[in-house]
Design a protein around this ligand. Sequence first.
Ligand SMILES: Nc1ncnc2c1ncn2[C@@H]1O[C@H](COP(=O)(O)OP(=O)(O)OP(=O)(O)O)[C@@H](O)[C@H]1O
Length: 213
Amino acid sequence: MIALAGTIGAGKTSLTQLLADHLNSKAFYESVDDNKILPLFYKNPKKYGFLLQIYFLNKRIDEIKDSYDNDLNVLDRSIFEDALLFKLNADMGRATQTESDIYSSLLANMMEELPEQPHQKAPDLLITIQVSFETMLKRIEKRGRSYEQIANDPSLYSYYQNLNNRYRDWYAQYDESPKMLIDGDKYDFVEDPTAAQEVLKMVDRKLAELNLK
Ligand SMILES: Nc1ncnc2c1ncn2[C@@H]1O[C@H](COP(=O)(O)OP(=O)(O)OP(=O)(O)O)[C@@H](O)[C@H]1O
């Protein structure tokens, strides 16, 4: 399967739709609006950080299992980014070392590839959308999920800044599958149909190179 990655508001959900339509495959979305734990987490990250992580892990494993039937199915967020978010929260004192260790070993256990399984769990291709911090802030504001707004909680500014910075290193180090980077500032594939076509062409070239299409 193809997994999208990128910071909050990078455009993962939109590109997932675009790609699945283009490839005639299925799109799998992380459902944010009916996630009951996320607003609790934003209100009290220390209390709900670990629960949120377990919730996401469970959801993403479900998605990985459901998307097995076609290598070109598209997931709007990769499971591997959660560790980046959790590490950030742990470094900010919102999770304990024990919670962090248990999460890492649970993730490794869940993702371990077994010889008898018919399909691998890691994606066939990871596509990361990289956006500047300014773009990230604009998108978060434009989308307007109340618990994500800096106007309601100014401490989110440094959380978002830190998150965006860490994505660069995360992408550089990521080695679970083939990967490619899309510049989300340069290619506004949501508003600009020409940019969308260019992005689809880039992905097609990568899929051909990997013999997936
Ligand atoms: N592992 C995690 N730990 C903490 N928060 C998370 C985690 N995964 C997702 N979130 C939160 O869930 C919300 C949705 O994030 P996500 O980036 O997946 O979707 P999105 O904002 O709709 O992105 P896009 O616009 O790229 O589709 C954000 O508030 C994000 O901070």
